[in-house]
Design a protein around this ligand. Structure first.
Ligand code: ZN
Length: 419
């Protein structure tokens, strides 16, 4: 099979910059030095109202930081490491509830193809940590049973989920999860796995990465927007901003806007999926199922469900479940909303999910499920919260151990269970 020129491995400076920048883009550092995984087309803040979009600023390099800021960062990292050390966790144990936490991942690093994503060595180290500290690693099916059993957790529990179903899951991540006997559920975009489409947010990124232009003007719902990328590294920021804009337009306009983007950027967006953005196929799905991997529906084409009409929303939910169950016996009746923020599903989608026979649905609203004597508390089983998987060890341990949930409760970022 001929590999497209753009995606063959080219060990040149520009490819190195692409890979470096995209790998860095998968991590965002917050106030406490936590590094949050951000997936393609996922969970970015909404676009600004301004009609001139300045691409999102990259993290300041260490050399740009003032001495005071550097010292503060060092202190924050030391504090996070102390809190998440074995001694710190033991001291804080009386202050935190046992938690059942669902984490989500998307893509895994394939340097030869320039695919940025999670580093399998870091994932392996984290799984080793969880096993050594005797966390319960549950499948999504176990999660449903734990909720229905109404029994308290005997220890902290984690559920790993992977969204969309890219080929890099099979090549890179599945062997790591298998090596640690860690259950994982992959939520599949069924037309993507069937090879009928490639993802619309990937098409946008491809267009920005392959244009010779350095700015573009577009109309979004009557609003003129100008995007500019003064250097190669800012292309990713411009692409992200464009994707965020697309998430907030009616789905019918989305395809036309992507076509217009291609024209404006003077690139021909390929109709076939470039290798870098390829999905699993159904043979991969069934082969991985033999080692215990399970699957859930994640729509047919990954639209933002609140941007489609009633009939299309039903079709995306019902058809993805129908196709999934026709292709594999390893399907679990749990739906995963595309993008998954509070803006991306409503009572209409929840009703459709129930009518399709789902027993629960997953969001990307941050949070853990807390355990009490009455069992694991689930405020809304049709909007189960998840945390983005993070590679930073201290941040990961904070999420897994329930410290992050406690912090959110203290800061009132999340309502207490049952409200
Ligand atoms: Zn998705």
């Amino acid at each position: 099979m001929r590999i497209q020129r753009h995606f063959a491995f080219q060990p040149c400076w520009s490819c190195f910059l692409d890979y470096f920048c995209r790998a860095r883009r998968n991590t965002h550092e917050n106030l406490f030095g936590k590094v949050k995984g951000v997936a393609p087309g996922k969970s970015y803040p909404p676009p600004r109202a301004s009609n001139m979009i300045v691409p999102r600023k990259r993290r300041a390099s260490r050399s740009n930081l003032t001495t005071g800021t550097r010292a503060l960062n060092i202190l924050k990292n030391l504090l996070a490491s102390a809190i998440t050390s074995d001694v710190g966790l033991r001291l804080l144990a009386p202050l935190r509830s046992r938690c059942l936490t669902v984490v989500f991942l998307h893509r895994f690093s394939v340097p030869d193809l320039g695919v940025p994503g999670h580093d399998p060595r870091i994932l392996g180290n984290h799984l080793e940590y969880l096993r050594r500290h005797r966390y319960r690693l549950l499948s999504v099916g176990d999660l449903l049973n734990q909720i229905d059993d109404a029994k308290p957790l005997s220890k902290n529990a984690l559920v790993f989920t992977v969204d969309d179903g890219y080929a890099d899951f099979v090549q890179v991540a599945a062997p790591v999860f298998e090596a640690y006997d860690c259950p994982v559920t992959v939520f599949l975009i069924t037309d993507f796995v069937s090879g009928r489409i490639w993802n619309w947010f990937d098409q946008v990124e491809w267009a920005f990465l392959h244009t010779d232009r350095s700015s573009v003007g577009m109309e979004f719902g009557g609003e003129s927007v100008r995007l500019a990328w003064p250097n190669r590294l800012d292309r990713f920021g411009a692409s992200d901003e464009f994707v965020e804009r697309l998430k907030r337009v009616r789905d019918g306009e989305k395809g036309a806007l992507i076509r217009r983007l291609g024209e404006a950027l003077e690139v021909d967006i390929p109709s076939a999926t470039p290798q870098q953005y390829a999905g699993m196929n159904w043979d991969d799905v069934r082969r991985c199922a033999l080692s215990g991997i399970t699957y859930g529906p994640h729509t047919v084409t990954h639209p933002i469900l609140t941007q489609v009409d009633d009939g299309r929303a039903d079709t995306e939910i019902f058809e993805s479940w129908r196709t999934l169950t026709a292709q594999t016996d390893a399907a679990v009746p749990v739906f995963c909303y595309p993008n998954g923020t509070a803006l991306d599903f409503s009572s209409r989608e929840k009703s459709s999910v129930v009518r399709a026979g789902m027993r629960a649905a997953l969001s990307t609203i941050e949070g853990s499920l807390e355990s009490s004597s009455a069992g694991v508390s689930v405020p809304d089983r049709l909007a189960i919260p998840r945390f983005a998987y993070v590679e930073n060890k201290a941040a990961f341990v904070q999420i897994a151990s329930g410290i992050e949930q406690k912090k959110m409760r203290l800061w009132r970022k999340s309502p207490p269970p049952g409200e």
